[in-house]
Ligand binder design. Structure first.
Ligand code: HEC
Length: 215
């Protein structure tokens, strides 16, 4: 017969068997490896990842809450209003250097990143001296009285969350008092400064009703 094909036919099944045996051994080792890896390492790995995520989120939330609590300082914000009358104009001019990157102060001064701030005290909020401000800023409404300036300059994003004044704010009441006095000194006919006692006196009746019912 075609014996010539027999060795071939015989060789093929033989080598097939050898190759299959190798494959089976290889796959078997792989499989055992995978299974044992899963058993040995898989168990500790999976819970670890879950733990990381579980820990990650609460920590972030806690951190946000902590910062939020610190930022929620609007209630705790120390008013600069009683300090304005006694504040130093020189100090105000020095503090204004921080604003000077974006604002000019002299009458007719150029608008830069922010509007020229001449005559800002008592001015309508937004679009000052021809500068187009954001809707978020305009939404504050009303005029720049001392209280609104104090609030805005402490943290511009509080009154105008989507406003474009990229300035962290003046956290020290003394700095705000000084710069507000400087703004007023560059405002012809600026309103009188709040008296050093008036805000405290005004705050007391508001605090008293809240405190008295508790007693
Ligand atoms: C990084 C630039 C930058 C700095 C620094 C900066 N401002 Fe501004 N300021 C702006 C921009 C921009 C606007 C317009 C905001 C908007 O449209 O939301 C603005 C708006 C204002 C307004 C409102 C103007 C209006 O039209 O009603 C006042 C008041 C003001 N700034 C005061 C200050 C003072 C005071 C300082 C310094 C303590 C200061 N800014 C620092 C960029 C700046």
């Amino acid at each position: 017969m075609h014996d010539a094909t027999t060795p071939h036919a015989a060789t093929t099944p033989f080598w097939d068997k050898v190759i299959s045996a190798f494959w089976l051994a290889f796959l078997g080792i792989l499989g055992v490896n995978m299974v044992s890896n899963m058993v040995i390492y898989g168990e500790p790995f999976v819970p670890k990842e879950i733990h990381i995520e579980k820990f990650g989120f609460p920590i972030e939330v806690v951190a946000e809450e902590t910062t939020g609590g610190g930022d929620a300082g609007p209630a705790k914000m120390i008013s600069s209003l009683p300090l304005i009358a006694a504040a130093s104009l020189d100090e105000g001019a020095a503090v204004f250097k921080k604003c000077g990157a974006c604002h000019t102060i002299e009458a007719g001064g150029a608008n830069k990143t922010g509007p020229n701030l001449n005559a800002i005290v008592g001015a309508e909020i937004g679009d000052h001296n021809g500068f187009k401000t954001t809707d978020s800023l305009k939404a504050i409404g009303g005029a720049w009285d001392y209280a609104k300036l104090d609030d805005y300059l402490e943290n511009p994003k509080r009154l105008a969350p989507k406003g474009s004044m990229s300035f962290a704010g003046l956290k020290k009441a003394g700095d705000r008092a000084a710069v507000i006095k400087f703004l007023a000194s560059n405002t012809p006919g600026a309103p009188a400064f709040p008296s050093a006692e008036a805000p405290a006196a005004a705050a007391e009746p508001a605090a008293a009703p809240a405190a008295e019912p508790k007693k």
